[in-house]
Design a protein around this ligand. Structure first.
Ligand code: AOF
Ligand code: ZN
Length: 355
């Protein structure tokens, strides 16, 4: 007889992974709300699933309850709901999920992360307990928190979460010798970098990048039909000297381009945050990336490196030396053909990791 199957995870963790898969489908689409997923389980099978599609629309719990009502109405009463985020408990754009859970006759709530939103944080447990519903908090908490990292920073500080990205040669250049193509990294690395745009509400570039590269900063690579709106395209400039014929000012998304003063990135980010921008991607070039790291505004880094030596040229991080070198934590390396993607999270000495 074969040995019994050894479970790698508990049943609660197993179902929470499925809720995380649901949440993943909303990443980049729900701003200024967090992406959240839920599954409802009865008799050891999923009877309903759902995720928060966009702000103003039903929350994940309500989507999952409606799904179960359609497909397994008899099993819903007494079922367990797994939700990646603590259910909300007050009226916002939509009604409180705690009420929807009670009304559906659900008997157990398992959630992953506490809601960092001060209006909901740690509110739901008592409400549910008093209604006779069992509550388990913190299942796969780390994963459930990771998926809402941008929301957590923005809702608690008002400042958008910042991802910095660069594609460079092995010797740290973002330009090749005169007369050569301007491409540094390979197709796979560039496509991967463009997909980061799906996750953010705004893309920031420096004026020099607009003058030299004339980028489009648009969503491509199968993002059509995802419901994702074109992220704001923010040009940081002090001089205001920008080519008026550039794609950013003439293409079909020209109304999604804004110009801001780069005197202080933290101030510019605070303005964006006030307008509901939860996350931004800084795509370069070296001057704005240098400023972002000197001003310590970066939360996450994607660095694409190609096996090519260019010498001279523009560096991926320009300007004065950093006051301290910056170490990345939780580093993941991924090869893309002969290119490498470095992914990690800066550790800022005074504060530790920000979120
Ligand atoms: C949940 N489930 O799927 C999400 C939650 O304005 P509203 O009504 O959409 O509420 C937004 C707040 O609700 C948001 O700031 C966050 O605290 C929480 N998001 N909560 O129970 C969900 N997306
Ligand atoms: Zn809710």
């Amino acid at each position: 007889m074969p040995p019994p199957i050894a479970y790698k995870e508990t049943p609660d963790q197993h179902w929470m992974h499925l809720a995380l898969d649901q949440a993943q489908q909303g990443v980049g689409l729900t701003s200024p709300n967090p992406p959240v997923g839920a599954v409802i389980v009865a008799q050891e099978k999923v009877i309903g699933r759902g995720y928060h599609h966009r702000a103003g629309e039903p929350h994940a719990e309500v989507e999952a309850i409606r799904d179960a009502q359609k497909t397994h109405p008899k099993l819903l009463r007494g079922a367990t709901i797994y939700v990646t985020l603590e259910p909300c408990s007050t009226h916002g754009r939509t009604g409180p999920c705690t009420e929807a859970i009670k009304a559906a006759g659900i008997k157990r709530v398992v959630f992953g992360a506490y809601d960092p939103n001060p209006s909901h944080r740690e509110q739901s447990r008592n409400i549910l307990l008093l209604a006779g519903i069992e509550v388990t908090a913190g299942v796969l908490e780390e994963e459930c928190r990771a998926i809402i990292r941008p929301f957590s920073k923005w809702i608690t500080t008002g400042i958008p979460y910042v991802i910095a990205k660069a594609g460079q040669s092995l010797d740290g250049r973002i330009t090749r010798p005169a007369g050569e193509s301007s491409l540094i990294t390979n197709d796979a690395a560039r496509a991967h970098g463009r997909r980061l745009r799906m996750r953010v509400d705004a893309i920031i570039v420096g004026a020099e990048t607009v003058r030299k590269d004339n980028p489009q900063l648009t969503l491509r690579d199968g993002s059509a039909g995802s419901g994702k709106v074109q992220p704001w395209r923010v040009v940081m400039t002090r001089s205001g000297d920008l080519p008026q014929h550039a794609h950013l000012f003439t293409d079909e998304f020209k109304d999604r381009t804004v110009i801001m003063n780069d005197k202080s990135l933290p101030d510019a980010l605070a303005i964006l945050g006030k307008h509901g921008v939860v996350s931004v991607l800084i795509e370069g070039g070296g001057i704005i990336l240098g400023q972002a790291f000197r001003e310590k505004v970066v939360d996450e880094v994607y660095w694409y490196i190609a096996p090519r030596l260019c010498g001279g040229g523009r560096p991926s991080i320009a300007g004065p030396a950093l006051p301290d070198s910056i170490e990345l934590k939780d580093v993941e390396l991924r090869t893309m053909g002969d290119n490498v993607c470095f992914h990690g999270f800066p550790v800022w000495p005074e504060t530790g990791a920000q979120v």
